[in-house]
Write a protein that binds this ligand. Structure first.
Ligand SMILES: CC(C)(COP(=O)(O)OP(=O)(O)OC[C@H]1O[C@@H](n2cnc3c(N)ncnc32)[C@H](O)[C@@H]1OP(=O)(O)O)[C@@H](O)C(=O)NCCC(=O)NCCS
Length: 202
């Protein structure tokens, strides 16, 4: 088992090394003019991995290991506190930047969307970040996809998963920066609210 893999119930997340498994992956409907996510995962994710820019993880059901349920591309990041940002939980530190990991790209296979796999994947990534990190990493960041013209807005999905807006980075017409505080999971764990079932982790 790869050091950066994590198993939860019947599901596993692990870094991709053989990118051919993603050749037919699609998380965007064919009639959507913005095919960036599909193109990235099929064409560019491997080069990002080889150039050490980003690592792509996939979510699979161990009972159906040939099906990729979703992918997430991760890279190092930092949240810069520049006056606009107010993150009360770290206010006691005088640092200007705080360590984070960015979900650069994220998608659930079309046939499996709105079945809680995105939520499961984020939950497992949060657990992985708390378990396997060799260095300090306090936040997860993401640029939530939002395309006003097409009435696409993934912020409600991230909000449901504990993410908040990150105003200092500024929105664009296609995304809104957000963050999740990993310490909130540790706190919830300490209060006994999480991880109470017999998750098997490797
Ligand atoms: C956005 C995405 C990752 C969510 O994954 P998912 O497995 O479909 O989401 P879940 O089933 O875990 O959703 C949980 C809740 O989040 C909200 N939600 C999920 N997808 C949403 C979306 N596209 N827009 C707004 N809210 C959404 C809903 O409230 C949902 O609960 P409900 O289905 O009971 O209403 C997935 O739909 C996807 O891959 N979309 C296309 C690519 C994309 O936009 N990626 C995000 C890039 S930042």
């Amino acid at each position: 088992m790869h050091r950066n893999s994590l198993t939860y119930k019947n599901y596993i997340i692990s870094p991709v090394e053989d990118f051919s498994i993603l050749a037919g992956f699609s998380c965007i409907n064919p009639d959507d003019p913005d095919q960036d996510l599909n193109e990235f995962v099929r064409q560019d994710a491997e080069q990002h991995y080889l150039d050490k820019i980003a690592v792509t993880y996939i979510l699979k059901d161990k009972r159906n290991p040939n099906i990729v349920l979703g992918f997430a591309t991760l890279q190092n990041d930092a949240i810069i506190i520049d006056g606009k940002e107010q993150i009360p939980s770290i206010a006691s530190y005088e640092y200007k930047t705080f360590p984070a990991i960015k979900i650069g790209r994220f998608g659930i296979s079309i046939a499996y969307q709105r079945k809680n796999f995105g939520t499961l994947f984020l939950f497992m990534l949060k657990k992985l970040m708390l378990k396997a990190n060799r260095t300090g990493c306090r936040f997860i960041t993401v640029d939530a996809r939002r395309i006003k013209k097409q009435k696409i807005d993934t912020r409600p999905f991230y909000r449901k998963n504990g993410f908040s807006d990150l105003p200092s980075r500024g929105k664009t017409s296609t995304y809104c920066p957000m963050y999740f505080d990993l310490k909130s999971i540790v706190d919830a764990h300490e209060r006994g609210l999480l991880f109470t079932d017999s998750a098997s982790e490797q």
